[in-house]
Ligand binder design. Sequence first.
Ligand code: FAD
Ligand code: NAD
Length: 454
Amino acid sequence: PGTQLPFDPSKKTLVVLGSGWGATSLLKGLDTEDYNTIVISPKNFFLFTPLLPSVAVATRYITRHKARQVSVIEAEATSVDPVNKTVTFTDTSPLQPLSPTNTLKYDYLVYAVGAETQTFGIPGVKEHACFMKEVGDAEEMQRRFLDCVETAAFPGTSEEEKKRLLHMVVVGGGPTGIELTGELHDFLEEDLKNWYPELHPYMRLTLVEALPSVLPMFSKELIQYTERTFKESRIEIMTGTMVKGVTPSSVLLKPKDTPEEEVDCGLVVWAAGNTLRKLTRDLMGKVGEQVNKRGLVIDDHLRMLGAPSIFAIGDCTSTSYAPTAQVASQQGAYLARMLKLIAKRDALENKLEQLTTAHAEGEATDEATTEAGGIKRKIERIKLKPFHYSHQGSLAYIGSDKAIADLPIFGREWASGGVATFLFWRSAYLSTLFSLRNRALVAGDWMRVKFFGR
Ligand code: FAD
Ligand code: NAD
């Protein structure tokens, strides 16, 4: 790190893994004067997942505007050693750097690497389905989607093939699957219908969910509202149906009470939830307290059990909270405040240690003894409060300019769905975006789509 940042030996080294919701929220609040701060992430940008596929904004914008320089290393952490307190990372750049792998020591590690998409090892998913987790996934999905449309429009394509190509299947009725289905519906109805009116009768959209209903985290009336809206929009919802396999041209479905059936389709988008990254599983395997757990187990100060120098936040953890941006960003903001107090406590402890050493060597004066007493009292006064999550509500876009919202207002749950909720959804996310520039760009994009299409 010495060549990367103004390394100050009197300060502790704080390494942050990731540049997503948790890490970015931490960096926004962190007083970088307190630490030698190093961020390691394979992405040099922050992905605003609620607006995937359309928005990617820069992490460097945040780190560049801090009081003291933060070193950002574009690399993937490949292993964490919680005993020797080191992180090993690899440059994944296609330029093939001379020394692609490196190791650095940390005093504190903020572990915020998120999760990846769960496939349950179901045959054909990795090979043939699209995902909706990263910018690259969204681009790939757009490309394949438009490929299906162009091929269907190609002169001579049979009726049967047109039907297959224009049947889009989304797997997973959680918020990701629902929002994606809503977006696909809008694209088909608002744009493709005008570009290819002759193909419109062939377009079909199906959402498959293994559980008896979609969106289990929303209130019953909003689940019913979503299902009704989808039906009105001619979106087929197949609940109680498990996807058992994906081929290049079909999905294998197993409805609860009927035999398996193979359904032809042009595109499968997989949104069946999260699983841990290999890095996280490896780390958990090194710490007795973490073995066989669903995610990193943390205490109420977000410290990893069995490795208290590691703070873990966001989707890589196993807590009573849902894996959402809301939770990760509140944890990041909390940690920034805690790290301020921890830096203060560490500096006082350091001073106390110096005085204690002087005392042991017989060099202590009366003033030094009084000073030591004062420092001890100051240390005792530093209280690290536990993390407390404040739920601001659940929001989701369901297509056709409609959204749903479950909001806690004055201690009561308030459920709402429709066009007005959609406007609220937009304003809520617009205000969450970092920087005025991004807000202006996103608002501009929305206007452009409204007036000129996608
Ligand atoms: P992430 O934001 O995923 O960040 C992880 C970071 O770690 C990334 O920067 C990644 O590049 C980096 N990383 C990965 N591997 C390594 C490695 N080996 N070394 C170093 N860095 C690494 N939640 C909501 O509350 N509201 C929403 O509207 C919402 N919409 C969503 C829409 C979509 C399409 C998706 C996929 C999710 C949505 N979520 C939403 C969930 C939300 O995005 C996650 O809960 C949130 O991103 C978790 O934050 P995180 O910091 O734990 O992980
Ligand atoms: P999820 O885990 O919430 O939903 C995945 C769904 O896929 C589940 O309902 C599961 O039953 C279903 N499923 C799994 N395997 C299946 C199979 N083989 N066949 C059919 N169905 C199958 O995942 P998500 O929607 O990606 O959400 C992940 C997290 O991100 C959640 O905490 C969610 O709240 C959050 N998120 C929030 C928003 C929002 O607030 N608007 C948007 C996206 C994601």
